[in-house]
Write a protein that binds this ligand. Structure first.
Ligand SMILES: Cc1ccc(-c2noc([C@H]3C[C@@H](O)CN3)n2)cc1F
Length: 325
């Protein structure tokens, strides 16, 4: 089996949403595919009306294939402090033509305000490792884990784009989607994430590939060194990050992966991607797409990095492949 689904950017690439079919007859919800978490959760008819703000909701009672997972609950919080929790159904889930029957669909009974405010997203589809799925008492598998045994190849690829529709493919590598060769590097999934080591200016950086995080967060030394090349750039505590004049032409930002025998490969993030967004309506000052990881405790290669590459999440061989495009 295989699947292929469009990933549409929202609000200047802050997130990417994909249409997912749930239940019988199919209910299509736009979900945020997140390689940094492992719960598939949705706004539902169980979500308080006061917390629903235009989102499409899942109604298990109108799906003939839905079965309540008796006694199961879930509760999750994300890197930005947002959170959600609820109950669990098993139902049929289809992504880009790839179907998993009896997928744990986690219906929200509570969502935090940032999810309520995010009117275009009906929830998340986790693509990290099932070891960090939050369903209790019996942990559930991710869509990818459930699909893997049926896939032509035990992998999925992420091809996110700047201000344009990209694609997630499951079970195959589309050779027309990248240029040159794919450089592979081992994955450390001991924390449940797609962890890997890259080299930036000769310094090894261990981080995670996280499609659910908008920006890149790296060690202070690397970030300070990058912005030292931009006149007027400074760390601004009120914005809690590096800012600079919006007219600045930003240097490209490169990192190497798979530095083994074959010399590995280089991913180059165009400077224009690092000029992320204005800090206010005047458009004078802009916020950087590369920020320090010192308040997080882990380095994150988020969408700013991922959209500069074609990325293979290889669950069979536990490796990450990176290619230019
Ligand atoms: C409103 C909202 C808030 C957060 C997130 C969110 N999704 O994935 C992630 C990152 C951080 C880490 O937790 C796992 N991946 N963050 C999505 C939202 F729609």
């Amino acid at each position: 089996d295989s699947g292929s689904v469009t990933a549409s950017p929202r609000q200047q690439d802050t997130e990417y949403l994909c249409p997912v079919q749930i239940g019988s007859p199919a209910q299509t919800l736009p979900l945020d595919f997140d390689t940094g978490s492992s719960d598939l959760w949705v706004f539902s008819t169980d979500t308080p009306r006061s917390e629903v703000n235009g989102q499409t909701v899942y109604d298990a009672s109108s799906s003939s294939s839905a079965k309540r997972l008796s006694g199961a609950t879930w509760k999750i919080s994300y890197g930005d402090g947002s959170s959600s929790s609820g109950i669990v159904y098993l139902d049929t889930v289809t992504v880009g033509g790839l179907t998993v029957s009896r997928q744990a669909v986690e219906a929200a009974k509570q969502v935090s305000s940032s999810f309520s405010r995010d009117t275009s997203s009906s929830g998340l589809l986790g693509l990290a490792f099932s070891s960090i799925n939050t369903v209790s008492p019996n942990q559930q598998k991710t869509f990818f884990d459930n699909a893997m045994p049926h896939l032509d190849a035990p992998l999925f690829t992420a091809d996110l784009k700047h201000n344009a529709d990209g694609r997630y493919n499951f079970g195959y590598i589309d050779k027309s989607a990248y240029t040159g060769s794919i450089s592979y590097t081992p994955v450390d999934n001991s924390q449940g994430f797609w962890g890997f080591t890259a080299t930036v200016d000769g310094t090894d950086v261990t981080g995670i590939a996280d499609t659910g995080t908008t920006l890149i967060y790296l060690p202070d030394s690397i970030v300070t060194s990058y912005y030292s090349q931009v006149s007027g750039a400074r760390y601004d505590s009120s914005n809690a990050g590096y800012i600079f004049p919006c007219g600045s032409s930003m240097p490209d930002f490169s990192f190497n992966v798979g530095g083994g025998g074959g010399g590995g490969g280089t991913v180059t993030v165009p400077g224009s991607y690092v000029n992320f967004a204005p800090t206010d309506q005047t458009g004078q000052t802009c916020f950087g797409g590369l920020q320090s990881d010192s308040s997080i405790g882990i380095s994150i290669f988020g969408d700013i990095a991922l959209k500069a590459a074609f990325v293979v999440f290889d669950g069979g061989n536990k490796q990450l492949g990176w290619a230019a495009k």
